[in-house]
Design a protein around this ligand. Structure first.
Ligand code: F6P
Length: 322
């Protein structure tokens, strides 16, 4: 293998740049040519390729976002789209690919391998952490810390006004961000898609807190929670009793900003590991870190197997908040 391509795809995650730096510099040291592909699968289909050298990734380890830009691409869900993508790669002489993204990215990568035998290695990067085969995805820790900073600020105003706040965090259909932020922020309640809690239970928990002398509370809500988002929950709880509440949706604030040290290190390790996997002739795998060891997981497992929800941490957070 002489030439590899690399791209970032799906929602951006802080640490993607640190990962690109590791991929490019490791590959160059292995004597490979590196082509950067802009905007994920969108740029792959449009042939948006750029040669990358040592200087292309200088001074980016500290920045959020991704210098290659990113995108979500419906065409790549179709076989014709992937066939067109494989042709573009062949025309550019790209013999192996490194895909940095989440489960949507890996589904496309796996199909590209199955249908066209393009050797491809995935690197998990999404704030959601909803990928099996790695304890943490790149960007998760940064998103948690961004959300935590916001929660600490909200706590100040909640305490001053004796108010209840519903704070909605991202995470798609998973509650990993909500759990970490809630536990670290001392939230009175954490609502996640993995566990059921109806509005009456939420109301009763708030009232139990009031009886104990709590004058303000923070409830962290995962965006995928079945009872509804922060606004909807605040409305429903208000119908059950006279509780003054406010709702805050943190939104894309969680995606931007400089990556934490943890994310930069993880990104560097996984970037280097992905290049090694390609050089060794491996394909259709994702590199991840589990129990402080770098492991390779078949791409299909990364979305078919479910990363376990940390019930112990949830129970601890709940016990300490009561
Ligand atoms: O997957 C990352 C993520 O930020 C999710 O947490 C969220 O549901 C989604 O992307 C938002 O997507 P978009 O930026 O396209 O609105």
């Amino acid at each position: 293998m002489q030439t590899i391509g690399v791209f970032t795809s799906g929602g951006d995650a802080a640490g993607m740049n640190a990962c690109l730096r590791a991929v490019v510099r490791t590959a160059l040291r292995e004597g490979l040519r590196v082509i950067g592909i802009h905007r994920g699968y969108v740029g792959l289909l449009a042939g948006e390729f750029v040669a990358m050298d040592h200087a292309s990734v200088s001074n980016i380890i500290q920045f959020g976002g991704t210098i290659l830009k990113t995108g979500r691409c419906d065409d790549f869900y179709r076989p014709e789209g992937r066939a067109a993508g494989a042709r573009k790669l062949a025309d550019a002489g790209i013999e192996g690919l490194i895909a940095i993204g989440g489960d949507g990215t890996f589904r496309g990568a796996h199909a590209l391998w199955e249908e066209h035998k393009v050797p491809i290695i995935g690197i998990p990067a999404t704030i959601d952490n909803d990928v099996y085969g790695t304890d943490a995805t790149i960007g998760f820790d940064s998103a948690v810390n961004a959300a935590l900073d916001a929660i600490d600020r909200i706590r100040d105003t909640a305490t001053s006004h004796d108010r209840l706040f519903f704070v909605e965090v991202m995470g798609r259909q998973a509650g990993f961000i909500a759990l970490m932020v809630g536990a670290a922020g001392g939230a009175e309640m954490i609502l996640v898609p993995e566990l059921e809690a109806d509005t009456q239970q939420i109301y009763d928990t708030i009232m139990a807190g009031v009886e104990q002398g709590k004058t303000s509370s923070i409830i962290v809500v995962a965006e995928g929670d079945e009872e509804g988002g922060a606004l909807e929950l605040a409305r429903k709880v208000r119908q059950l009793g006279p509780i003054e509440s406010r709702a805050t949706i943190l939104g894309h604030i969680q995606r931007g900003g400089n990556p934490t040290a943890q994310d930069r290190i993880l990104a560097s390790e996984l970037g280097a590991a992905a290049v090694r996997a390609l050089v060794e002739g491996d394909a259709d795998k994702m590199v991840g870190r589990v129990d402080n060891r770098i492991v390779r997981t078949p791409l299909r497992d990364t979305w078919e197997k479910k990363k376990p929800f940390d019930q112990d941490l949830y129970d601890l957070a709940r016990a300490l908040a009561l």
